[in-house]
Design a protein around this ligand. Structure first.
Ligand code: MRU
Length: 337
């Protein structure tokens, strides 16, 4: 995403990997559409986009209307807490604004959020790669969904760790889940890895168990959309299955997420609103119909991995091994977030 003075430019992730087209947001309504329609997706990227959406909203509305519009913006997608976190930060700026032009003040805040996420990505990459280095590296790794530049605006969460580990010679083989139904893995992660010149193999999600067993995968590395106070993790549908598989096969599960993805206001994963998306995501692939007319579809796009299946949460402020409520609380207190 790129701020262009009077509008926000987003690389349209619906069109990748075939076309590189930009979606331009001149109004906050365009930003809400972009988030809902998944022009932009991935928890930190949604948060950054929403922050710039607030800048556009400030150009359009007076303060009362602006605060209502920001509430609508926060509702664009339910699961990734970064959206709510970013909008909350922008609202705070609106409420406490005293001097100067409000939109300029909000732009400074949006730029700061963007910059902080970029720095956080670098720090998480270093921490995560260090964990891999301390294990039986070089090793085989499996990842799910897209957690790179497209999802974060920086080097990535899980994919940032993977890229750093590759540069350090710590990876023998990288497996990429295609990530049904929206195919973030095959369409976006493969595209990013090719650009970074990092070798990998793409597999269907259903092959993960077989690959973890037969290829002796040591690490399953994923991002997160929300981490609750007890360490439960909401992430792309299929993450929970991977966590169970990893534990069964003695692979380690590493969840890489900035503090902006942690929501200590929620006690556990059962409190997280999980997004369900439309049936067409399963029943059609572009124009091609994949299922008979009128099939009943259940399409949850996130799931909850219980903390007890998570070996490490890697944040920009350190690593939490075998997460518990107490350990996460201590981390936040140490950072005074
Ligand atoms: O539905 P999406 O594509 O927005 O879901 C994205 C994910 O689940 C990612 O794994 C998550 O946001 C972490 S990426 C930094």
């Amino acid at each position: 995403m790129k701020w262009c003075g009077d509008h926000l430019q987003l690389l349209d992730q619906r069109k990748l990997p075939v076309q590189q087209q930009y979606f331009l947001c001149y109004q906050v309504a365009d930003v809400i559409d972009a988030i809902k329609l998944m022009v932009v997706r991935g928890a930190p990227a949604i948060g950054i986009t929403a922050a710039y959406g607030a800048v556009l909203a400030a150009k359009q509305h007076d303060t009362a209307e602006l605060l209502n519009t920001l509430d609508s913006l926060a509702q664009a997608r339910p699961t990734a807490v970064n959206l709510h976190w970013a909008v909350k930060r922008m609202k705070k700026r609106v409420i406490h604004h005293q001097e100067g032009q409000l939109d300029e003040c909000l732009l400074a805040e949006a730029n700061e959020i963007f910059q902080q996420e970029i720095v956080a990505n670098q720090q998480m990459a270093a921490y995560g790669a260090e964990l891999i280095a301390q294990s039986n590296a070089p090793c085989n790794i499996l990842t799910h969904c897209n957690t790179g530049r497209l999802a974060t605006g920086g080097s990535g969460t899980a994919l940032g760790v993977i890229c750093r580990a590759y540069q350090q010679g710590l990876i023998s083989q990288l497996f990429v889940d295609e990530t049904r139904p929206w195919l973030q893995g095959s369409r976006l992660t493969c595209w990013e890895l090719q650009q970074a010149d990092i070798p990998f193999q793409l597999n269907v999600d259903g092959a993960a168990a077989h690959l973890i067993k037969t290829e002796k995968v040591s690490w399953v590395i994923v991002g997160a959309d929300r981490i609750t106070a007890n360490g439960d993790v909401a992430n792309k549908i299929g993450t929970y299955s991977l966590a169970v598989l990893a534990r069964y096969h003695q692979a380690k599960l590493m969840v890489v997420a900035p503090l902006s993805t942690c929501d200590l206001s929620m006690a556990s994963g059962s409190d997280i609103p999980l997004e369900h998306r439309e049936a067409t995501e399963l029943c059609y692939l572009a124009e091609r119909q994949l299922a008979p007319d009128n099939v009943a579809v259940n399409n949850p796009v996130f799931d909850i991995t219980p903390a007890e299946l998570v070996d490490f949460i890697v944040t920009e402020r350190g690593i939490v091994a075998n997460p518990t409520a107490e350990k996460l609380k201590n981390l936040f207190e140490a950072c005074a977030v």
